[in-house]
Design a protein around this ligand. Structure first.
Ligand code: ZN
Length: 350
């Protein structure tokens, strides 16, 4: 099959092309629980750029470059191509979306339903992913798609969408009418988070972004207030919230100073959710004691949450803004993402 393969890291992301369009062996069923998916679309994610620049290497490839060559792509959807002997309830040709973390089903995390904390590989980060014509995964990772949804319209939900959903859902468990929620970063993940908040709670939504394009998208997705991040965004949030700050702040950026500002936008006893990543959070412990602010981490989401998100998409309550590229043009898509030129999310179509 054809695939886009990462053959070497590029630590400063200055190369003209990062992945190579190659012919590689077709994936094979090894375990009875294995499933091969014919890829309909693979999402292009900032995490792919982080893999290329080696941010994940200490975690996934500690000996240097033993992991490479590797096929990128952790946001995958398509159709069932082949199933192992133990697989039930799936048939060839079924349209599916793939939960990104392979869950074996037997470890404690899996048994508690916390698929993303399980022991298995994460294709596209430490095993071959879906920038390819086919992908091998486990039957536990498969979510069947409703007839209303095509693989190319949903692939980015499997990681980006799921991450935004999990964080926004946590916030909706405690957000009440009359309260405020801030979304920092209204791009690829943020525009999904805003729609989830709109669908699942009645708090007023404030979007904060440096980009007018992203703010416009935030408005179309249902944000009640749009705040340009021009240096005065903390004051703007305090003004909108009558001086108190927001009950919940969802930070989809997590770098360039948003963590300090995000905590300043959070009201006393409110919650600050970390979704984007890159910088350190520096906060005096006494401040946390006095204000009782909560800082909450978020990692992808569970298989069950992916089915919940597909239900929102099926009902038209969440919609992805997508830019399509052919698999052959993976470098073009990655370069556009690197330079902030993708509106919503990019997908690769084999
Ligand atoms: Zn991703």
């Amino acid at each position: 099959m054809k695939a886009q393969v990462l053959n070497k890291y590029d630590l400063d992301l200055t190369a003209k092309s990062w992945v190579d369009y190659q012919t590689v062996p077709d994936p094979k069923i090894v375990k009875g629980s294995d499933v091969i998916v014919r890829i309909g679309a693979a999402g292009v994610c900032r995490t792919d750029l982080h893999v290329i620049e080696g941010i994940w290497r200490p975690h996934m490839d500690p000996t240097g470059d033993a992991l490479l060559p590797m096929i990128l792509g952790h946001e995958n959807a398509g159709w069932i191509e082949e199933i192992g002997s133990e697989v039930e309830g799936l048939k060839i040709g079924d349209p599916v979306i793939v939960h990104p973390k392979i869950s074996n089903g037997t470890c404690l995390a899996c048994r508690r339903g916390q698929d993303m904390h399980g022991d298995g590989p994460f294709p596209g980060l430490d095993a071959d992913g879906g920038y390819a014509e086919m992908l091998v995964t486990s039957m536990r990772n498969i979510v069947l798609l409703p007839k209303t949804l095509a693989p190319k319209d949903v692939a980015p939900y499997s990681d980006a969408g799921l991450t935004a959903y999990r964080a926004a859902k946590k916030a909706t468990r405690h957000l009440l009418p009359g309260e405020y929620v801030v979304v920092i970063g209204a791009g690829g993940l943020g525009h999904i988070g805003i729609q989830v908040l709109r669908a699942m709670c009645a708090a007023e939504i404030i979007a904060v972004d440096t980009s007018d394009v992203s703010l416009q998208l935030a408005g179309e997705c249902g944000a009640d207030h749009l705040v340009k991040a021009d240096g005065g965004e903390v004051e703007a949030i305090l003004s909108i919230t009558n001086g108190a700050g927001a009950e919940a702040v969802l930070d989809f950026v997590g770098e360039k100073g948003t963590t300090r500002k995000g905590l300043e936008m959070t009201r006393v006893a409110g919650s600050y959710y970390v979704i984007g990543y890159g910088e350190d959070i520096v906060v005096p412990t006494v401040d946390l004691v006095i204000t009782e602010k909560n800082i909450i981490g978020n990692l992808v989401g569970t298989w069950a949450e992916l089915t919940e998100l597909m239900e929102l998409a099926h009902r038209g309550l969440v919609d992805l803004t997508i830019e399509e590229f052919s698999l052959r043009d993976a470098n073009k898509a990655l370069q556009k993402l690197h330079h902030g030129l993708i509106r919503g999310r990019a997908v690769l179509i084999p």
